[in-house]
Design a protein. Structure first.
Ligand SMILES: [Zn+2]
Length: 120
């Protein structure tokens, strides 16, 4: 998941993924222009400290994470389908195994460290 130091940058990234959002705790709706506008205001009034950051999900949801704790999802893409959103940035490590030799592989690795098989 992408991380951003300010809401405006997160909103710009989310705007490439969705065109409409609703606020997580109300029915308020936002389009790209109003989202960027509210993000700019929020950054000016409530700048994040160095331990906090915003995250953007692959579906365009925007969350706020303080001190590496649980993500507070703020804006949800109004796509009609509910995207499962993680509660924390650090997802449980996925244990994978090489399909060829069966040894454990590092998450995100492109090749098996043992036999060199290409992983996808
Ligand atoms: Zn292997």
């Amino acid at each position: 998941m992408k991380q951003f130091d300010c809401l405006y940058e997160a909103a710009k990234s989310a705007a490439t993924l969705s065109a409409r959002w609703r606020f997580a705790t109300s029915d308020e709706q936002y389009d790209t222009v109003s989202l960027l506008s509210i993000a700019e205001t929020s950054d000016a009034e409530n700048p994040t400290d160095e331990d906090s950051y915003y995250v953007v999900s692959p579906g365009g949801a925007i969350g706020f994470c303080e001190n590496g704790e649980e993500i507070d999802w703020l804006f949800l893409p109004d796509s009609g389908t509910a995207e499962p959103l993680p509660g924390t940035v650090e997802a449980a490590p996925q244990i994978k195994y090489c399909p060829k030799c069966g040894s454990g592989i590092i998450p995100g690795a492109h090749f098996c460290g043992k036999c060199g098989a290409r992983l996808c």
